[in-house]
Design a protein around this ligand. Structure first.
Ligand code: SF4
Length: 266
């Protein structure tokens, strides 16, 4: 189960060791899905289609085509285990929210002539030469800037955006830069770009090579801690926060009883 790590696996351990244990060590998988996660996936797929089509044809699709693609993806992926926590929002509200995020993205980025070289690019890389610290990451979009620079884009569909200060310390895209440097052709420069689609703004950041070296050491240390924890057979303690409302593992969680009462399937 721990043959490789990813940013989300490391975050899961940090946020709630019990959830990490249930999901990644015991391997419990649930069919349940919060509607926010469902919406996020459909937005990512729609933008991937948009840029793949653009790469293939060089003609920008109309907004109607983009929204029809979103609607098709929404309908074809819908399933009976989607749940809503927010009692002030219904399915239709989330669908409209998705349309409004895409319409704004469309207005800002039309005619989609950004120098895109990849979408949903999967990177697998080792943080050291031993091969014991394998990482996996999926990059939402990669552009090539002025022929020699690389821009790594990430789409976020949640309500909150990172401040500049938080983006400058964020580990996810910095890890992706590390992965690109380790597995792809060299680049003269890198930019990290977050698109916060719901609040509607973009944040840029860069990393120095010293910062990346420090990050690499930190992640190796985090992975060692997790492996020591597993091998030491110490309990993985639950960390209860309001995020528990979006957790599907109440039945397995030592801090909870029964199933999540807030998550209502629609
Ligand atoms: S319900 Fe809360 S404490 Fe329990 S596993 Fe999930 S996130 Fe952790």
């Amino acid at each position: 189960m721990l043959d490789y790590f990813s940013h989300s696996r490391l975050q899961s351990y940090k946020k709630c060791p019990a959830q990490f244990y249930i999901r990644y060590i015991e391997g419990v998988r649930k069919p349940d899905e919060g509607i926010e996660a469902f919406l996020g996936k459909r937005i990512h797929e729609t933008l991937e289609h948009l840029y793949s089509r653009q790469l293939a044809t060089e003609f920008p699709p109309s907004l109607d085509t983009v929204l029809a693609s979103f609607s098709d993806l929404w309908k074809s992926n819908w399933h009976s285990r989607i749940a809503i926590v927010n009692r002030f929002m219904g399915v239709r509200d989330y669908f409209r929210l998705g349309e409004s995020m895409l319409a704004r993205f469309y207005r800002i980025h039309f005619p989609f002539d950004q120098p895109v070289i990849a979408t949903e690019e999967r990177l697998e890389f080792s943080l050291d030469d031993s091969g014991n610290y394998l990482m996996v990451g999926i990059l939402d979009r990669v552009d090539r800037l002025n022929g020699k620079g690389i821009v790594i884009h990430d789409y976020k569909t949640g309500k909150r955006a990172l401040t500049q200060q938080a983006a400058d310390k964020d580990e996810q895209l910095a890890l992706y830069q590390l992965g690109w440097e380790l597995t792809r052709e060299p680049a003269e420069s890198f930019q990290l770009v977050w698109h916060f689609l719901q609040p509607g703004f973009v944040v840029h950041s860069t990393r120095t090579s010293d910062e990346l070296t420090r990050l690499k050491k930190k992640i190796i240390c985090n992975i060692d801690q997790i492996r020591d924890h597993v091998e030491g057979k110490k309990p993985f303690m639950p960390h209860e926060t309001k995020l528990c409302y979006w957790c599907y593992y109440w039945e397995e969680c030592p801090a909870k009883q029964g199933s999540n009462p807030v998550m209502k399937h629609v």
